[in-house]
Design a binder for this molecule. Structure first.
Ligand code: ZN
Length: 295
C-alpha cells in the first residue's frame, strides 16, 4: 500500500484503544462482560470481572498512589516549542494546542512530591492520553528536573512510564532526552537514593530505551506492553511467528527483564515496601506478612 494512502486511511488512533470508554455501561474489551462504568472507575480502572488493567488518567493515578492532600506539583511551567516547524497532517503547534486544551496540561507529564503511607517521595507520571505519551524536550526536561530536585531534597523517585516513544515532531531533540534523563538519574544513584520505575501499558521506543528501564527496580502492571519496537514490526522483520505473550509484562518477568509485576490495587503498598527496603530501613510487617513469617 502506498505510504500516502496508509496515512489517509483514517486509522483509529492508538491513544484511545484501551481507555475506559465513555457511557454508563461498557463491555470489557478483555472478557466481554457488561460492566457498570462507575464500578470500573472506582476499581482503579481495572475490570472487576477479569482484572484487565485499562489505562489510567494521570490525576486519578496520582490520587491512587499519594496520601490524600499531600501532592505538591512541580511540573507545568514548561511548554513545547516548534524548532523544526514540523507539519504532518496538522502543524505541530496546532496539534499541541488541541491536546493541551483537552488534557489541561502543557505536555505529557506531571511531576511533583508527596507522601505514600507517610513516606516522602518524588514522582513523575507520564500521560498516555497526551499525544500518546510521546517524549519531546519538555517531557525529558521535566523528568531531568524532577530527578535533580529529588536528589537535592534527598527524596526517592518513583516514575510511571506510559509512552509511544520519542516525539517525531521534535526530531533529534526528542532523542537527546534519552541522554539527558539518564544523566539526571545518575545524581540520585550517586546519593544512594532509590529510583523505582513502573512500566504501564504501553511503554515503548526511546522511553523504554532510556529512563524507564534504568530503575534500581523496574516493575510493571499486568499484561503491559513493554518494548522498543512493537511486535508487528519485529514479526515483519524476522518473518517468524512470535511466542505467546511476547513483550508483555509477564513474559519479560520470566526472561529477567523485570523485577516484579504488580496489580494496581497493590501498587502503593508494594512501592512503599520497596522504597524502605532500598533505603535499608525497617519494613513494618503487615498482618498478612506476619502470618506468613509466623510472627
Ligand atoms: Zn473484563
Amino acid at each position: 500500500m502506498a505510504l500516502e494512502r496508509w496515512f489517509r486511511r483514517g486509522r483509529p488512533t492508538r491513544v484511545d484503544d484501551d481507555a475506559t470508554p465513555a457511557g454508563l455501561w461498557m463491555k470489557c474489551s478483555a472478557c466481554n462482560v457488561q460492566i457498570y462504568r462507575k464500578d470500573l472507575v472506582s476499581n482503579l480502572h481495572v475490570c472487576p470481572e477479569c482484572g484487565h488493567h485499562y489505562r489510567m488518567p494521570v490525576d486519578e493515578r496520582i490520587a491512587s498512589l499519594m496520601d490524600e492532600g499531600t501532592f505538591d506539583r512541580w511540573s507545568g511551567a514548561l511548554a513545547p516549542e516548534d524548532p523544526l516547524e514540523f507539519v504532518d497532517t496538522e502543524a505541530y503547534p496546532d496539534r499541541m494546542a488541541r491536546v493541551q486544551g483537552k488534557q489541561g496540561r502543557p505536555d505529557a507529564i506531571v511531576t511533583g512530591e508527596g507522601r505514600m503511607h507517610g513516606e516522602p517521595v518524588a514522582m513523575f507520571v507520564m500521560d498516555f492520553f497526551f499525544a500518546g505519551g510521546s517524549m519531546g524536550s519538555v517531557v525529558g526536561e521535566e523528568i531531568a528536573r524532577a530527578a535533580e530536585r529529588a536528589a537535592d531534597r534527598g527524596l526517592p523517585l518513583v516514575g510511571l512510564a506510559a509512552s509511544g516513544g520519542a516525539r517525531m515532531q521534535e526530531g533529534a531533540l526528542s532523542l537527546m532526552q534519552m541522554a539527558k534523563t539518564t544523566t539526571a538519574l545518575e545524581s540520585l544513584n550517586d546519593l544512594g537514593l532509590p529510583y523505582i520505575s513502573v512500566l504501564t501499558d504501553p511503554t515503548t521506543g526511546g522511553v523504554t530505551a532510556s529512563f524507564a528501564t534504568l530503575g534500581d527496580l523496574v516493575v510493571a502492571e499486568p499484561k503491559a506492553l513493554i518494548c522498543f519496537a512493537g511486535p508487528r514490526v519485529i514479526q515483519q522483520t524476522i518473518k517468524q511467528e512470535l511466542p505467546e505473550g511476547f513483550q508483555r509484562a509477564e513474559f519479560l518477568l520470566k526472561k529477567g527483564m523485570l523485577d516484579d509485576v504488580i496489580e494496581r490495587k497493590d501498587l502503593k503498598r508494594k512501592l512503599v515496601r520497596y522504597i524502605r527496603l532500598l533505603l535499608d530501613r525497617p519494613i513494618e510487617l503487615e498482618r498478612e506478612d506476619a502470618h506468613v513469617a509466623g510472627v
